[in-house]
Design a protein. Sequence first.
Length: 224
Amino acid sequence: MRNVHIDSGCLQPAGKDFPSAGDGDMLAEGVKRAAEKIGGEALSCAVYTLKGKTPLSHDHRALWTELFDTCFSNTGTIESTGGTIRAQQHGLKGISDQFDWEQVIFQNAKTNRRRVFEGCLGICRFPAEDIAMIIGCVNAATGWDLALDDAMIIGRRIVTAMRVFNHACGFTKELDAPSQRYGSSPADGPAKGKNIAHVLLLDRANEGFQILLYKERIKVILEL
């Protein structure tokens, strides 16, 4: 397996030009699998989750709602966040401290399902911040009479089905975690010194998140 060296901040396989023939196929498998194939320092330098997801677009270490979401999500990307959810629409106070993991996982768990419902509509999350308006548009287009609770039930059934399917495929809670770099502490900026990767923190956060969703999954079973 090839070793790597770091040149001007870029991770390259040692002893060859990069990229070269065959590297496209390797990178197409995602950051985690590519890092495993490259070997050496790649696994500690690459940004991914242990499930094999590649985080979206920006440094989640300064946005724990999306960092936790990416780690716990049942999809290949964020599941319960994205954009700026107006927590008050769900009877919540919102997050006062972005680096308070208990606040973060509580809001993520309580609002999970909403973004999945919106995803069923084939729309972007950014113009969907007014969930009442979105549901009203669905009702106008279909003749239905959905309320917010109905939309959340639809999302809840989908989230539960995805979790069960993923678990059957071997994606257990032990993989709900970031890579070494993804979970590291930023060297500067507003998130300087903040570290999500502490083992105790992750275990407690994962346990808390799953407990909050447990009652929702029981509801789905009772509804089937």
